[in-house]
Design a protein around this ligand. Structure first.
Ligand SMILES: [Zn+2]
Length: 276
């Protein structure tokens, strides 16, 4: 599933290629992936509007158009935006096609169809439920070590579950949570309330470091993920624990351990990330 660095990479490529272009036509192949929100008809409402800019909030992508309309997009498991020439072969599971004023197309594809998009009046985004529920942006100034300490205080939940909870931190998923906990030397099953202020400071740095590295490497590609120009990410080449189950720790050589935490497979080093 695309996490913060992957969605941010897609945002950057859309900003570069699509911002400033007008929607010349909209073709909806699979109506189930679009919601018109307060507008009567998704395609009619978008016709002739210009993409002004693209914003990211957690794992959500927001496309802002002129005339106070925004499209809220969640890529979920396999959602993908593709900016391409109109004669590019249509991928299976292409659900929405925007014809753009530069002659190219912006296509939304989603193999597993968990993703989707909704048209929202821009001024109503502040009340948009899914966005309202999101916690602090981990790369923003609002995310301080003190805020992290407050989030951990008195919490019996496991640290990994806590940082994966989008209402605490917006944008972390399984890959970057495992990587951050490894860098901070914290076992994924530690109870959040047992984490000391010094450890929280390390975790704060580690979360920002793994996300920034993920963005610099243009995301992590294991299976599906590519950016809006079809490029795979490179971050999978520099992961320390995620996807390395059964191998040895890059720091100390101990065999990496595996556990299910909150239903998610977690890879960690039992020596570098002790349970206490
Ligand atoms: Zn180790």
């Amino acid at each position: 599933m695309p996490e913060l660095p992957e969605v941010e990479t897609v945002r950057q490529s859309l900003q570069k290629k699509v911002a400033g272009l007008k929607i010349a036509a909209v073709k909806i192949v699979q109506p189930k992936v679009v919601k018109a929100g307060p507008f009567e008809d998704f395609a009619v409402a978008l016709l002739g509007r210009t993409f002004i800019d693209f914003e990211r909030r957690g794992k959500y992508l927001l496309a802002h158009l002129d005339g106070s309309a925004s499209i809220v997009v969640h890529l979920r498991m396999t959602g993908r935006w593709v900016y391409c020439k109109p004669d590019t072969q249509l991928a299976k599971h292409t659900h929405v096609i925007f014809q753009l004023s530069d002659g190219n197309e912006l296509r939304f594809t989603d193999t597993r169809r968990f993703g989707g998009m909704e048209l929202v009046a821009t001024q109503n985004l502040v009340e948009y439920n899914s966005l309202l529920k999101l916690g602090v942006e981990p790369l923003s100034e609002d995310f301080t070590p003190e805020i992290l300490c407050i989030l951990l205080q008195g919490k019996k939940s496991k640290i990994k579950s806590l940082i994966l909870d989008q209402t605490n931190l917006a944008g972390l998923g399984n890959i970057y949570a495992d990587e951050a906990l490894f860098l901070a030397g914290i076992h994924p099953e530690r109870k959040a309330e047992t984490i000391t202020a010094a450890e929280a400071l390390k975790l704060h740095h580690a979360i920002q470091e793994v996300l920034q590295k993920g963005i610099a490497n243009k995301g992590t590609t294991f299976r599906d993920y590519v950016d809006a120009e079809g490029q795979q990410g490179q971050n999978q080449l520099s992961l320390n624990v995620y996807g390395r189950g059964g191998q040895n720790c890059v720091k100390c050589g101990t065999a990496l351990g595996k556990a299910k935490v909150g239903g998610r497979t977690s890879i960690f080093c039992p020596a570098c990330q002790p349970t206490e």
